[in-house]
Design a protein around this ligand. Structure first.
Ligand code: FAD
Ligand code: SIN
Length: 541
């Protein structure tokens, strides 16, 4: 069965649903999503969405904070788009019905790490993502947008026009001189996991909104669906993948035996929450003048350091000095989750530890969400627009999804066959190295084995030896991988591709910058103030 749409959107988080609602005005739309509509990271977002909408907070100030947090790698043009367009997109979300919290009739603005002023809008206290997801899903339903649930995208179909380089798919005559040699995406192959049916969907514009890859790591705040599928299938199709070595570890995930590493929002520190080590001592001031509100990478490494120094598997986040009424009203979801697990956070400090949280890297796009493959767009966490650089500023992710999803849809109308300028110096994943351990020398590939390897060897702190060990195990797994037959095996294959991209990029980048910290190269290096881009077979498409 083949079906044709103007817009094919993969993913039903904020990026996918928002793009679908906008695209609906301009053509036929189909959304594919591999679980239920609300199986996504968006629904779990807590702290909120950053935007300079408060008094005395021009977009320029938000821009400066974004650039500062990104540790020298933020693309200034993209970040300017992000911060300039923020208030318009917040206006759209309000019009669609997102119930942002207010105080005395004015929007309530919270503080989070590395923001120089309160500028985080939130909904339901700490349930911002749930409100956004619910609102967008009901608008999509009301607008009659078809969302095919339990349908996993497995492959992007491409073709190369004319006599240019060929990457797979068929070669066709160019429609214009400009099209010659252009790699173009034309369709997606997908598996319906309920019926077992495989379908190819043709489209004019294919928008990846598949989210991040937090499931690469053993301890993560991310939903089960965050397996980096969009990044992996885009890589296989010839798209450029950028900045994968920059994985953000959130400093404060709940650490209770047998309980999932539930996020304890950065906004808790924004309201005055204090970090203490296992002996009850505060420690952040020794690491950074901004103490608890330093950028995430600094706080996460400081916590790891204190855990090692005190021989403990956690530190404590203490809000017992705050008004209990404020804590329960501002953080109802966190309060309830901890209470359900036997912890009253208004009376007891919360045991926490860092967890993998956000994929800064992804499918390289320009400021219009275009990739180097014509007809293929990416928006949201699966994209790498360059706005986060080496370290994302808190609450800039939800903002990025709506700003760039909007621009993708605009672009499909204004310049339908455009694509991003190819990166000049893309490289490809190395073939399995000759000295890689044989398939018999590595444990069988499972999601758990992959996650534990990445946590151990390519986690918050890495070095050349640990990364080389990880790279060779990953390559050995790759060499024995069978063609995926179902959703679990597809996700495992996609995770493996993402893990290889992270590990090889981290091995190549011989410096420390933002979220990428190497013990053997602990300082940033000026000659590494550049991006690493991977592309299958390397080179411009
Ligand atoms: P997602 O919301 O993850 O959606 C991806 C969608 O793609 C899902 O529907 C998934 O099922 C689908 N999908 C994936 N692969 C396939 C496939 N192969 N085929 C079909 N469908 C597929 N950011 C902020 O700015 N502020 C916050 O307060 C905040 N809090 C957070 C709290 C938590 C616990 C987490 C995990 C993240 C938080 N973030 C926050 C980050 C932010 O939530 C995400 O970056 C953002 O929601 C990503 O949106 P998205 O639409 O790109 O992806
Ligand atoms: C949080 O609430 O701490 C998460 C915010 C984010 O990831 O931007």
């Amino acid at each position: 069965m083949t079906t044709t749409y103007d817009y094919l959107i993969i993913g039903s988080g904020i990026a996918g649903l928002y793009a679908a609602i906008l695209a609906r005005e301009h053509g036929s739309v189909l959304v594919l999503t591999k679980g239920s509509i609300d199986d996504c990271n968006t629904r779990w977002a807590q702290g909120g969405i950053a935007a300079s909408v408060g008094p005395g907070d021009p977009p320029e100030k938000h821009l400066r904070d974004t650039i500062e947090a990104g540790a020298g790698l933020v693309d200034e043009e993209a970040a300017r788009v992000l911060t300039d367009e923020a208030s318009d997109r917040i206006g759209d979300l309000v019009s669609l019905g997102v119930p942002f919290d207010t105080v005395h009739g004015e929007v309530a603005l919270a503080t989070e790490g590395a923001h120089s002023t309160p500028r985080i809008l939130h909904a339901g206290g700490d349930s911002t993502g749930a409100h956004i997801e619910l609102t967008l899903a009901s608008v999509a339903r009301l607008e009659g947008i078809t969302v095919l649930e339990h349908t996993i995208a497995t492959e992007i179909v491409t073709q190369t026009n004319g006599n240019g380089p060929r990457r797979g798919g068929s070669r066709t005559a160019p429609t214009t001189d400009d099209d010659a040699g252009k790699l173009r995406s034309t369709a997606i192959r997908a598996l319906n996991t309920t019926s077992g049916e495989r379908t190819t969907y043709d489209c004019r514009a294919l928008i990846l909104a598949t989210g991040g890859a937090g499931q690469m790591y053993q301890t993560t705040t991310n939903a089960e669906v965050a397996t980096g599928d969009g990044i992996a299938i885009a890589y296989r199709a010839g798209a450029e993948i950028m900045d994968m070595e920059f994985v953000q570890f959130h400093p404060t995930a709940l650490h209770l035996p047998g309980v999932q590493p539930f996020l304890i929002s950065e906004a808790v520190r924004g309201e005055g929450g204090l970090l203490r080590d296992a002996n009850g001592e505060r420690f952040m001031a020794a690491y950074d003048d901004r103490a608890e509100l330093a950028p995430r990478d600094i706080v996460a490494r400081a916590i790891r350091d204190r855990m090692l120094a005190t021989n403990s598997d956690h530190v404590l986040l203490d809000v017992t000095h705050l008004d209990p009424g404020l804590v329960t009203a501002r953080f109802p979801q966190i309060y309830r989750f901890c209470a359900d697990n036997g912890l009253d956070i208004t009376r007891q400090p919360v045991p926490i530890a860092p967890a993998a949280h956000y994929t800064m890297g992804g499918v390289r796009t320009n400021t219009w969400g275009e990739t180097n493959v014509a007809g293929l767009y990416a928006a949201g966490e699966c994209a790498c627009t360059g706005v986060h650089g080496a370290n994302r500023l808190a609450s800039n992710s939800l903002l990025e999804t709506v700003v760039f999803a909007n621009r993708v849809v605009q672009r499909t109308i204004d310049a339908p066959s455009g694509r991003a300028e190819p990166a000049p110096d893309a490289r490809s994943l190395r073939p399995v190295p000759g000295d890689a351990p044989g398939a018999g020398d590595v444990p069988p590939l499972t999601r758990e084995a992959l996650q534990s390897l990445m946590w151990r060897e390519a986690g918050i702190v890495r070095d050349g030896e640990s990364l080389a060990r990880a790279a060779s195990v990953l390559a050995a797994w790759q060499s024995t991988l069978a063609a995926p037959a179902d959703r679990p095996s597809q996700e495992l294959a996609d995770l493996l591709t993402c893990c290889r991209l992270v590990t090889e990029a981290a091995l190549a980048r011989e410096e420390s910058r933002g979220a990428h910290y190497r013990n053997d190269f602990p300082e940033p290096r000026e000659d590494w103030r550049r991006h690493l881009v991977f592309q299958r077979d390397g080179g411009a498409a």
